[in-house]
Design a protein around this ligand. Sequence first.
Ligand SMILES: NC(=O)c1ccc[n+]([C@@H]2O[C@H](COP(=O)([O-])OP(=O)(O)OC[C@H]3O[C@@H](n4cnc5c(N)ncnc54)[C@H](O)[C@@H]3O)[C@@H](O)[C@H]2O)c1
Length: 385
Amino acid sequence: MRLGVAGLGRGFMLTAPSILSHPGIALVAAAAPRAETRAAFEARFGGRAHDSVEALCADPLVEAVYIATPHQMHADHVAAAALAGKAVLVEKPLAVSMADGERMVAAAEAAGIAMIVGPSHSFDGPVAQAREIIASGRHGRLRMVQAFNYTDFLYRPRRPEELVTDQGGGVIFSQAVHQIDIVRLLAGGLARSVTAMTGAWDAARPTEGAYAALVDFENGAFANIAYSGYAHFDSDEWMGWVGELGHDKDEAAYGKARRALADVRGAEEEAALKRRRTFGAEDIPPPAPHHEHFGPVIASLEGADLRLSPQGVHVYANTERHFLPAPAWPAPRHGVLERLIGAVRRGERVVQDGNWGLASLELCHAILQSARGGERVPLRHQVAV
Ligand SMILES: NC(=O)c1ccc[n+]([C@@H]2O[C@H](COP(=O)([O-])OP(=O)(O)OC[C@H]3O[C@@H](n4cnc5c(N)ncnc54)[C@H](O)[C@@H]3O)[C@@H](O)[C@H]2O)c1
């Protein structure tokens, strides 16, 4: 499948090892605003780098477009793909506003293009594996999911808008959406309501860095999701020191994110530091040896607890426990790329489509609303797995 990429930033860098190691994908084109990035792309891949997403989508070589531009641009860039009749893999979150998200779903439907929202961690091998175990019914019904993650998210270098909640900044839009996708996939998708609290504890980075939310589902299951991006405890310690992206992590690097940021003077310098971790400035790393993860996740069924790890799923049944290894993939994001090829080439349905992404975005807004108003927020845009 001939893939074009819109936006050669951090998101692309994280997915690139999986794209390059997939035998069924050729990276044929890109769109990037900066001339030096376009030159680097053409030198590295021999494809065609365009100066606009519209030109990328119109490129006859391109069969599908991976939209990895900032959240607030997703709507316009999906509209360009829809106009050109190209399938899209659009990064999470679907959009910042629900209005943009609805516009994207309508545009994709009207154009008859496949739209997948990802890669979110709901595509991770062990999550898909847990979903299959739950769906098999062999341990009874799912009752509860517990998911939490402690990271340094808020102290990684950011563009200014990534620290402004109304513009899609903070951990709700960028991080909660992963946990929401995971727990919705495990619990069947149809969330009913949410009650949440959020924390914005650093005046120098005045957006949400933490949250705790309780989500209940139509089928009676409930999920407890919690997150801190304040760069203190790192829950990768409880994942065998495997990082979110599936690499072995150096525990001696404690405090690295805050230390790197301490030397930065002002928003422009910080944005420049972020650009130093994007394509053209940094090499694409080799594929990670483990599956990706998004912190500890435990799914409680009537007859067993499932604990997800970067290697597979631990099953704690009534009188015995066992471990089911996750499928061996050439790279951690292989699953989402397989789904994309299936949608483009074989017309297969993918769970994490536009309506799914809209439902997860609704939950992001509902978490913020619940935290502001202190109320339980009912949900109206949910879709089933
Ligand atoms: N799934 C994941 O694990 C993951 C990780 C990081 C980022 N992301 C997502 O990727 C998206 C981008 O975030 P990021 O952190 O990579 O930001 P970034 O700033 O590193 O990258 C965005 C890129 O888009 C480019 N861009 C801006 N305007 C453009 C345009 N009009 N046409 C083409 N390219 C344009 C920028 O030059 C930049 O290289 C976000 O939606 C984010 O949520 C996902």
